[in-house]
Design a protein around this ligand. Sequence first.
Ligand code: TLP
Length: 346
Amino acid sequence: MTNRVSDFRSDTVTVPTPNMRRAMAEAEVGDDVIGVDPTVQKLETLAAGIMGKEAALFCPSGTMGNAIAVKAWTQELQEVIVEARSHIFNLESTHLTFISRVTPRPLPSVRGAMDPEDVERSVRKPNVHTPQTTLICVENTHNNWGGAVLPLDNLKALRAVADRHGLRLHIDGARIFNASTASGVPVRDYARCADSMMFCLSKGLGAPIGSMLAGPTDFIDYGRRIRKALGGGMRQVGVIAAAGLLALTEMVGRLVEDHRRAERLAEAIAAFPGVKIDPADVQTNILIFGFEHPRLTIPAFLGGLRERGVLALAAPGDVGIRMVTHKDVDDEDVEQAVKAFRGLLN
Ligand code: TLP
């Protein structure tokens, strides 16, 4: 019996690397609310440069980055087009209505990619009875579509719709570096299609805390005020920005390993009874598989995995079970998971 715990619940469980710990201990800091933390400024400048945007803002979470973007791009009486399974619509504690007081308009998609014609048809004509459509949000990679990469052509077509109707386009790019690693499309090419991009340092890139919001200078200046109003003004936060700098400079290159392990896992589990997955759908570091077994419910199966030292979660919205690879699971963890599946399902 092994004591090893293989944690596939999320890439958010990653712990800081020794280099990050060192950089955090040694970080030069100041009061960032006053605007004098040199490490945060370095991180914001680097993030903006990587995304090809004028400016960037360090946020405590991806949720706050998305919430600030929606708040900055919209006003009351307006509507935001979102993808039906998106994180921003389903998993961010309703900030569209709670904070921005706008109506979400969820649209279906093919693995996260909304049909541009459908989006265009959904843009409201000016009418006193209806909200005004002002923003489109997309997610790349798409978490609840099993880490699917949004095709660049789809993004370009959505940009064209936005331009025809004077809308803004925001990308929830929590895992944009995974998208870029899988597709070979540079992150700035995705960002070019959007008015703003949020991306996370605290997922596959391994930083303990933090996400970046990138966009035009006036949007980021306004966003900084919104962040303060939401209680997200942070003082000597260079301590965590220091880890964020290493997330961007040292951790992007290894994401390919996470994708390789997710592919291996998908191929190994696809044949087990009850598991419904097409390994060809696994493009990045997230696997979502349907589970229908004559003896085992999803909670019972997850419990069985846990007893065998393998942690996974039910995906939100009853779409199945989610497993995520990241820097803190290695080949041995993948094999431990396969062994646990074999023990429970064969
Ligand atoms: N996703 C988390 C959970 O909230 C589900 C996870 O474990 O995957 N956008 C996307 C696409 C995300 O997946 C997440 C987090 C966020 C935004 C929000 O980031 P945080 O957790 O930093 O607020």
